[in-house]
Design a protein around this ligand. Structure first.
Ligand SMILES: C[S@@+](CC[C@H](N)C(=O)[O-])C[C@H]1O[C@@H](n2cnc3c(N)ncnc32)[C@H](O)[C@@H]1O
Length: 254
């Protein structure tokens, strides 16, 4: 029997695939080794074929696409409904919670860290959710290559890696070019929702969102904490450490 981390039909190291497929040298995520426990490994083995796809590796199954090569969300979810893209879903707690509370929309969680994907699959199964799918790999690459312009109802980026050192700021996902890309994939009136506990990053987010001419900030400055965004481990840790959390909610205007 193969060791849990060597399962032949299981996603492996996203970084290897990411760099091979795209040649991108600047990544917005930390390289981490994937260690799966038995429960997550089992969930991955059973649920991946129906609920998961890989951003980069055809052997693991890629996104279902239509004739124009863009994501066929109706095939992915088995129905036509507004789609929420969650970038960097981590362990997936917020995704599962929000999807459960919002059954009329479909949630696509993209995460580079495999144990997080596997954990989200356990939550999906435990809660019997039918409106969640997972993608493993670099979300920016997925959005660039496969997600059609004007096709998403919302994009969520909750507690993205803050990359606090100045020499790493280029790795921050909330930067002008990335925000323009994400905005272009929203429907008109669609929402970009960001949250961070890192004050300097919050300032950068506010600057970037304000400067993007196709986005309108829904609130003057930061948004009041939306009740529908669940408190994750990251937020709890930040609050316990006395770091306030900032939310930003902007809508696509053109
Ligand atoms: C600090 S964690 C926050 C996780 C989760 N959103 C939460 O609130 O608990 C940031 C996550 O984003 C993921 N990530 C960063 N850049 C990514 C990218 N380009 N594509 C996919 N995942 C990414 C990281 O692997 C990490 O799990």
């Amino acid at each position: 029997m193969p060791a849990p981390d060597d399962h032949p039909a299981r996603p492996g190291d996203a970084f290897r695939h990411a760099s091979k497929a795209t040649g991108e040298s600047v990544r917005t995520f930390h390289p981490r080794r994937a260690t799966l426990g038995a429960r997550r490994g089992d969930a991955l083995d059973r649920l991946w074929p129906a609920l998961g796809f890989s951003v980069h590796d055809p052997d693991l199954g890629l996104a279902p696409t239509g004739p124009d090569g863009t994501l066929d969300a109706a095939r992915l979810f088995g129905r036509t409904a507004p789609v929420v893209l969650e970038i960097g879903s981590g362990m997936g707690d917020a995704t599962a919670e929000m999807a459960a509370a919002d059954p009329a929309r479909d949630y696509l969680a993209v995460e580079a860290h495999l144990p997080g994907i596997a954990h989200l699959l356990t939550l999906v199964e435990d809660r019997g959710l039918t409106n969640v799918r997972v993608a493993h790999g670099d979300a920016l690459d997925l959005v660039r290559r496969v997600v059609a312009p004007g096709s998403l109802d919302a994009v969520h980026v909750f507690f993205p890696d803050p990359w606090p050192k100045a020499r790493h700021h280029k790795r921050r996902i909330i930067a002008p070019a990335h925000v323009a890309l994400l905005r272009s994939r929203l429907v008109l009136g669609g929402t970009l929702h960001l949250a961070t506990d890192w004050a300097p990053y919050a300032e950068q987010m506010l600057e970037v969102v304000t400067a993007d001419e196709g986005l309108a900030n829904a609130h003057p400055g930061y948004a009041p904490r939306p009740a529908h965004r669940p408190v994750t481990k990251f937020e709890r840790r930040a609050l316990d450490a006395g770091r306030p959390v900032h939310d930003l909610v902007a809508t696509r205007t053109r």
